[in-house]
Design a binder for this molecule. Sequence first.
Ligand code: DAH
Length: 339
Amino acid sequence: MEQNEDVVSEARSEAEGAQDSRSLYEVKMKYLGKAGKVTGLLKRMKEVPAEERPAFGKRINDLRVKLESHFAALEEKMKQKELARKLASERIDVTMPGKRREKGAEHPVTRVKNQLIDIFAGMGFEVFEGTEIESEYYNFTALNTPADHPARDMQDTFYVTDEFLLRTQTSAGQIRMMEKKSPPIKMLCPGRVFRSDDDATHSPMFHQMEGLVVDKGVTLCDLQGMLDEFARAMFSRSSKTRLRPSYFPFTEPSVEVDVSCAACGGKGCSLCKGTGWIEVLGAGMVNRRVLENCGVDPDEYTGFAFGMGIERIAMLKYGINNIKLLTENDVRFLKQFQE
Ligand code: DAH
């Protein structure tokens, strides 16, 4: 009988020590399970004299019932404890401010690029995207750029190999297009270009938008008419353009195109440095040599081309004073373009 009491107190102290329901269950099985220690006591019945057996059996049964209710109480307590623990660990403070998801905005360069495509697509231009790695032939030679032109210099151009380079201008798209398709051509070529150049208004990587029109009887007047329409759509209904003579190897004649300053309406201000005009792009009549290089007969067809910096247009349109703001991706800057 004493041994029996020992088994019970052993079971109780082990049960008290259980840290969770699983270990409590294991203790329970160790004593009350089929192969458990209490069940094992019953097997010693045969050692007990026959007349004492009923009393012995009853005693053990009482112990079992007591132990069972002890375990039941402990199990209930453990369940409560575990629930409390779970609730504490999953506690949510509903008074804490929520995590807000930031709304994105279209990047100003993307926005201006899409606006440009919209404007020119409305005039019948198709979009052609060339490749960022070009051969020297498409980027310079076919565009009538002399072998000793300073733009070809390693200082200005990133060469990948002796023959290939990161395109310095989307003008290469003109050649690709004229080789692919015969006139009439109305092409828009947007994309990244690369130059070894770095200051507040120049970045080693920026975007350009090239335009090319080739057909019979295309003139400089057509170019200006189209650019007027572009300036009105991009800047203000009252914008005007002005052509100034310039030089590009791939156009003849070549012009710089100014747009009347939208900030002061042409009266002169700090943005236009008092002139009333802002330079926005280069253009001209496609040089006969360029047409010839692409197998287009310059006596039958003429064309004009233009090229502009998308960052420059974005900076003018939105009053951005440093080109770096466009690549730093500071959310305080980008947020200003949310609609
Ligand atoms: N490719 C010239 C540049 O990067 C821009 C340009 C000027 C493009 C005149 C043209 C053009 O198509 O006709 O500075």
